[in-house]
Design a protein around this ligand. Structure first.
Ligand SMILES: Nc1ncnc2c1ncn2[C@@H]1O[C@H](COP(=O)(O)OP(=O)(O)OP(=O)(O)O)[C@@H](O)[C@H]1O
Ligand SMILES: [Mg+2]
Length: 214
């Protein structure tokens, strides 16, 4: 099992807060693309944040690629988990160009390797012609592609997508969904994809699971 979540308990801090996750278990194999659906407020984003190491559970264990990243004794930093994440609002840095955004996570590489990786990602997302533009100078669909390129550039072990298509209007969405499916097939990355839209999930994922009590 590539990602293994065992007996996870999480509630946000505060008195009498309900469990968001209560004894949650989940596993996926390397290269798998799994969708997560479920109603609003059920804990989908929270689950991704726990996997990325942005939240710490009260109890339970998370293993990524054979390494315990979360347990009573372990808390691997988000950076060291090698997990890429795309948020609903894309989270692009507004003061950085497309190229600077994509290269952001490539600081470990030397200049030449960084340049090459950047070119590959620009090509993969067909953003070569836009590399010197700023996020506000490109469309929503293009921003979404840059966010994906930025997350994929450092070759993450695991890619977490939180409603990455929800900001797009309906006509653009169909096109971007198809592009994303192609991109995902090419990259072969292990991917967890959260969406309330089952059409989005079925376009990219082999199976869909639910999070939450309902
Ligand atoms: N930082 C926080 N502090 C306290 N409660 C929070 C916090 N973030 C989320 N919650 C609560 O935790 C529950 C789960 O939230 P979460 O964002 O994980 O849901 P979700 O399934 O992603 O919902 P949506 O589909 O609307 O994005 C919700 O009831 C929410 O109000
Ligand atoms: Mg959410």
């Amino acid at each position: 099992m590539f990602l293994e979540i065992d007996n996870l308990y999480f509630s946000y801090p505060g008195k009498h807060r309900p469990w968001i996750l209560e004894g949650y278990r989940f596993g996926m194999e390397a290269g798998e693309k799994v969708g997560i659906s479920g109603p609003s407020g059920q804990g989908k984003s929270t689950l991704l944040r726990l996997i990325a190491g942005l939240e710490r559970p009260q109890k339970g264990q998370i293993v990524i690629d054979g390494e315990i990243v979360t347990s009573a004794e372990h808390d691997v930093t988000p950076e060291a988990r090698q997990v890429g994440m795309v948020f609903q609002d894309y989270g692009l840095f507004p003061h950085m160009t497309v190229a600077q955004n994509i290269a952001y996570g490539l600081w470990r590489l030397d200049k030449k390797a960084r340049r090459e990786r950047l070119e590959t990602m620009l090509e993969l997302t067909r953003m070569q012609a836009f590399s010197t533009r700023y996020p506000y100078e490109i469309s929503g669909g293009q921003q979404q592609r840059v966010a994906l390129a930025r997350a994929l550039a450092p070759n993450p072990k695991l890619l977490l997508l939180d409603e990455p298509l929800s900001n797009l209007d309906a006509s653009l969405k169909v096109e971007i969904r198809r592009e994303m499916r192609e991109l995902m097939e090419q990259s072969q990355v292990t991917c967890l994809f959260v969406s309330h839209d089952l059409d989005d999930l079925h376009a990219v994922c082999e199976r869909v699971v639910r999070v939450g009590a309902a």
